[in-house]
Design a protein around this ligand. Structure first.
Ligand code: MG
Length: 297
C-alpha cells in the first residue's frame, strides 16, 4: 500500500517557479536499512533499487505497485544506470566492480581492477552516448562490513574512472576528490558533475573526449552530497541531507525538495521521464513533476 506525505518545496530563487508538481510525496515502499541506486527501466515499467546493508536489490512494479526481491545476495550493489542498448550497468561494493547485465541475463564485468589492484567499492555510474562507462570509487563498501566486506584499499585513492568503449581499458580521469560519489552529465555531455561527499562539494568538470579538465567547486551543500541527476533543462539535482537540492548550471541554489528521511539517490523515470524516484534511508519515494529527466536509451 502506498502512503504519502506533504511535498515540501523550498524556493530560494524565482527560477525555482519552473519546478513544480504533486503536493504529495508518495512513499512507494519502506523497510530497508539504507536504500540507494534507483533506476527506472522503461521497457519493463519497473524501478530497481538497492538495499545495501541487507545485500539485496528490489524491484517496484509500476503497473501494480508491488515490490519484490530482484536479487539477493546482490554483491552489495549500489548505483546503477542503463547503457544506450538498455542494459543495466551496476556498481557492486561487495565484488568491488562494475558489471553489465546482458539481455540474456548473463553478467559481464566491465571493470574490477586498475593495473592489477582492486577498486575500493564502485559507488555510482553513468554511461555517455559513445558507450564509455564512468564511475566513482569511494571506500564505503570496504570501510566496514555494513555496506560490503571490510578490506584494505589497494588503489592509491578515491577516483573517478572511465572505461573506454572500444578497448575496455580503465583510466583514472579525476584524482583530486576525497569521496567521489554521485555523478551526472549535462544534457550535451560537455560537463560532468561529481559529488564529493566528504568535502560537501559539487564539482564540475569539462569533458574533452575521454578526459576531464577543470573541476571547479560549483557548490557547497549542506549535508554530504550523494546522488546527482540533471534534468532536460540542465538543472542539477543533488541529494544531500534530507533534501534534493536543485541548482542552476551556474551553481546557484534555486530551491530544495525536502524529504522525511535522509535522501541518498534520485532518478527520473516513468514513461514520460517526469516522475522523480528517491531512495531515502529506509524508503523509496516518488513524485510527479513539471520537469523531465534525460533519455537514457
Ligand atoms: Mg552514492
Amino acid at each position: 500500500m502506498t502512503d504519502a506525505v506533504p511535498a515540501v518545496y523550498e524556493p530560494l530563487d524565482e527560477r525555482f517557479a519552473a519546478v513544480g508538481g504533486d503536493s504529495r510525496l508518495e512513499r512507494l515502499w519502506t523497510g530497508g536499512r539504507w536504500t540507494e541506486g534507483p533506476l527506472y527501466v522503461p521497457a519493463g515499467r519497473y524501478l530497481l533499487f538497492s538495499d545495501i546493508p541487507n545485500d539485496r536489490v528490489l524491484r517496484w512494479c509500476e503497473t501494480d505497485g508491488s515490490v519484490s526481491v530482484f536479487g539477493s545476495p546482490a554483491g552489495y550493489a549500489n548505483g546503477r544506470t542503463l547503457d544506450r542498448q538498455g542494459r543495466v550497468v551496476t556498481c557492486q561494493h561487495g565484488e568491488r566492480r562494475v558489471v553489465r547485465t546482458e539481455h540474456d541475463g548473463s553478467t559481464t564485468v566491465l571493470a574490477d581492477r586498475l593495473d592489477g589492484r582492486r577498486f575500493n567499492s564502485p559507488n555510482d555510474v553513468v554511461v555517455s552516448s559513445d558507450g564509455a562507462v564512468w564511475f566513482t570509487d569511494p571506500p564505503y563498501g570496504i570501510a566496514s562490513d555494513y555496506e560490503g566486506h571490510r578490506a584494505e584499499p589497494e588503489v592509491d585513492g578515491c577516483h573517478v574512472y572511465r572505461v573506454d568503449p572500444r578497448t575496455g581499458q580503465v583510466a583514472a580521469v579525476a584524482t583530486d576528490l576525497e569521496r567521489p560519489n554521485g555523478l551526472a552529465f549535462s544534457p550535451d555531455e560537455s560537463r560532468l558533475y561529481v559529488a564529493d561527499t566528504q568535502r560537501r562539494h559539487l564539482r564540475v568538470f569539462d569533458v574533452d573526449g575521454g578526459r576531464l579538465a577543470g573541476g571547479d567547486v560549483l557548490a557547497d551543500l549542506e549535508g554530504g552530497p550523494d546522488g546527482v541527476r540533471v534534468d532536460d533543462a540542465g538543472r542539477v539535482w543533488v541529494a544531500a541531507g534530507t533534501a534534493v537540492h536543485v541548482l542552476h548550471p551556474d551553481g546557484t541554489l534555486l530551491g530544495r525538495l525536502r524529504l522525511p528521511e535522509e535522501v541518498s539517490n534520485l532518478t527520473f523515470g516513468g514513461p514520460k521521464r517526469n516522475r522523480l524516484f528517491l531512495t531515502a534511508t529506509t524508503s523509496v519515494y516518488s513524485i510527479l513533476l513539471t520537469v523531465t529527466g534525460p533519455r537514457l536509451v
